[in-house]
Ligand binder design. Structure first.
Ligand SMILES: N[C@@H](CCC(=O)N[C@@H](CS)C(=O)NCC(=O)O)C(=O)O
Length: 220
């Protein structure tokens, strides 16, 4: 399998952590969003959205980070990260949809886009109105997540799933971009569980190194 990734991204953290956790054999193809690698004809043939991440497995090409997480987990059914029972699957799918629609697009991802991605993509200054909206939405959706985590080790209960990888991946950037995580103790407790996974730790170290290199390049 080949993965096309911009290494500083939160979505990439989920994918790299899962790849590490499952010990999958994947080749990384870095995509430099600042240089416009996502706009080349070769890349657009893989992902017409002009976005990363993208996975290529032989003839099969897949985009959307949550679909990629599913595909990777389904390669290792014994991991249980994609449940085998109908209700477990529906529950994980619910949280992946929630991540995409609310956690990413309306809160953590919205703030990260304004405070970091716009600079990477050369899209101008952050818009304070969008940041305020993202912060407001964060409080609303983090409360939902915090409540769900009460009495549960992981998002859907005692089983670690790809929903934990997907949603947990935005926690470091929520902290970096000043979102009020400290108000949500269950999120903090749950994230410690993810942060204790060796594959997660390696992925965070890789993301941090890539982010530092990116920032140094920008200021140098
Ligand atoms: N829903 C998509 C979102 C992907 C996305 O927004 N990727 C951003 C960076 S993290 C991107 O590649 N942006 C490049 C651009 O818009 O030019 C997913 O989860 O894969």
């Amino acid at each position: 399998m080949k993965l096309y990734l911009f290494p500083p991204s939160s979505r990439v953290l989920a994918i790299v952590a899962l790849k590490n956790h499952l010990a999958l054999d994947c080749e990384f193809n870095p995509i430099d969003l600042g240089r416009g690698d996502q706009l080349t004809p070769e890349y657009l043939a893989l992902n017409p959205n002009r976005k990363m991440p993208t996975l290529e497995d032989g003839e099969f090409v897949l985009w959307e980070s949550n679909a990629i997480l599913f595909y990777m987990a389904a390669k290792r059914p014994e991991s249980g990260l994609w449940p085998s029972d109908l209700r477990g699957q529906a529950d994980v799918l619910r949280w992946l949809a929630w991540e995409s629609a609310h956690w990413d697009a309306e809160s953590c991802g919205m703030v990260a886009f304004e405070k970091a991605s716009k600079a990477v993509l050369g899209l101008g200054a952050p818009d304070p109105a969008f940041i305020a909206r993202g912060e407001q939405n964060f409080v609303r959706f983090a409360a939902v997540l915090d409540d769900q985590l009460k009495g549960r080790a992981w998002l859907i209960g005692e089983r670690l799933t790809i929903a934990d990888f997907s949603i947990g991946a935005f926690v470091p950037s929520a902290a970096r971009f000043g979102l009020p995580l400290a108000r949500f103790s269950e999120i903090g407790r749950w994230y410690e569980g993810l942060a204790a996974l060796p594959g997660w730790q390696d992925a965070v170290a890789a993301k941090d190194a890539a982010t530092a290199a990116w920032l140094a390049k920008g200021s140098g």
